[in-house]
Design a binder for this molecule. Structure first.
Ligand SMILES: Cc1cc2nc3c(=O)[nH]c(=O)nc-3n(C[C@H](O)[C@H](O)[C@H](O)COP(=O)(O)OP(=O)(O)OC[C@H]3O[C@@H](n4cnc5c(N)ncnc54)[C@H](O)[C@@H]3O)c2cc1C
Length: 400
């Protein structure tokens, strides 16, 4: 006979969304367990550049869009957590840079400059004098402008570890959920969820709510639904990592001709102590049709173009493709904010940005409280043979 475990809430998927939510729900007294089929953060989260966007990047299109509005509260929420006074204690998560810098290659004027000036007035953006430029822009050959955006960059891998720590005993590794592990009735009510460990032991899990924060894994759930309210999209990126000999970090968006920065650079320390530049932005969006060799050549040329005073001949490169998993938007556009859809006892959720994980958790917690989900005490002893998943390691330590 199949063993059963009963709990208030089950979360499937241990990226930033699932882990943040686990913390919040447990703090609220809900008996909650999280299942992860791989390593914690091993989907999109460990590939994130770690920028806690405040919306300025989105505002580059010249208007304060919904996306910019939704995300503008996020730096303050994270700041509190990083200082130890927020909803989750993240004092052990290193801030890699207090600012993300925005630079132009020349001294531009016009609408954009005026627009940025309005942000300067609001205090979200600081226009810098040459003496205050970050080290990489101190060279005489740099002729552009630099703004400091009020957006920190954090160590994502430390974040995953810190989010997993408080309730690690309630996080279990399972074999990837397959369609026939779930049963739903015609209304879309989940009537059965079975999880399996690596030894093939199967447990039936009964909960009041089942929350799917499985990133790309949410697609399987959506297919299972007869209800077509929820649909998904993927937006691919071709990211590049470059190990340099330079001993200073670079955290910068380069202004391009479109709303997406021409390149977005963050810097991370590899396990050999060297700095890795992690390159995204337009380079990654438009690079999806280039093969790895061409993408790396393109990235190297971009770096040589933008930083002609630096020498990249000894740098080592790698590139990889990764999909952003999101709810479907018209025209495949970027969603404006964190989103979740609730059908009967199932919630499918997407933060759409690492920075928006607290907003997603807040929305779901409010919805559960309104739905009058009762918190109860439930043990997870039936899961004693299920191991706890480890945390993802940085992609540069895997590839470079
Ligand atoms: C290259 C890149 C850079 C980014 N940079 C930033 C940034 O700087 N700032 C920012 O705010 N956002 C950034 N983002 C967006 C951000 O990373 C994502 O929005 C966020 O990490 C999504 O988190 P998640 O928990 O929903 O999904 P994921 O991190 O993908 O987690 C889903 C988890 O579910 C598990 N899973 C999947 N299927 C199953 C299954 N069947 N059974 C059990 N478990 C399953 C996976 O193994 C995974 O661990 C970036 C995204 C990418 C791709």
């Amino acid at each position: 006979m199949i063993k059963k475990v009963q709990t208030d809430i089950v979360i499937v998927g241990g990226g930033v969304a699932g882990l943040w939510l686990l913390n919040r729900l447990r703090q609220l007294g809900f008996s909650t367990i999280l299942f992860e089929s791989n390593v914690l953060g091993g989907g999109q989260t460990s590939k994130a550049q770690g920028i806690i966007h405040g919306g300025t990047k989105y505002a580059l299109q010249g208007a304060f869009t919904d996306a910019a509005q939704a995300i503008s509260e996020m730096p303050a929420v994270w700041k509190k957590c990083l200082e130890g006074t927020g909803e989750i204690n993240l004092t052990n998560v290193p801030v890699l840079s207090a600012y993300q810098y925005l630079f132009s290659t020349s001294k531009f004027t016009g609408k954009l400059a005026g627009f940025l000036a309005s942000f300067v007035l609001k205090g979200n953006v600081k226009s810098l004098e040459k003496k205050d430029f970050p080290e990489v822009f101190q060279h005489s050959k740099f002729q552009g402008l630099v703004y400091a955006l009020n957006e920190v960059a954090i160590d994502v891998h430390a974040l995953i570890r810190e989010l997993a720590k408080p309730f690690y005993d309630f996080i279990f590794k399972i074999e990837p959920l397959k369609e026939n592990d779930l049963e739903m009735d015609d209304a879309g009510r989940l009537t059965k969820l079975e999880v399996q460990n690596v030894l093939g032991e199967t447990i039936e899990v009964q909960a009041q709510k089942y929350i799917f924060t499985a990133g790309i894994g949410n697609e399987m759930l959506v297919q299972k639904f007869k209800n077509k309210k929820i649909r998904t999209q993927r937006r691919p990126l071709h990211m590049v990592i470059m190990k340099t000999e330079y001993s200073y970090p670079v955290f910068a968006h380069c202004l391009g001709l479109t709303a997406t920065p021409r390149i977005t650079i963050t810097t991370h320390k590899a396990k050999d102590g060297k700095f890795v530049w992690y390159l995204g932005g337009q380079l990654a969006e438009e690079g999806i049709n280039r093969n790895s060799k061409t993408q790396i050549e393109f990235a190297k040329k971009e770096c040589e173009d933008l930083f002609p005073w630096l020498d990249f001949s000894n740098a080592t490169f790698a590139s990889f493709l990764v999909d952003r998993a999101e709810p479907l938007q018209s025209g495949g556009m970027r969603p404006d904010t964190a989103m979740f859809e609730e059908i009967e006892n199932v919630i499918a959720a997407w933060p759409t940005k690492l920075a928006l994980a607290p907003k997603l958790a807040e929305g779901i917690c409010n919805s559960l409280v309104h739905a009058n989900i009762k918190s109860s005490f439930a043990g997870a002893s039936a899961l004693k043979n299920f191991p706890h998943p480890v945390c993802a390691i940085p992609i540069w330590d895997e590839m470079l």
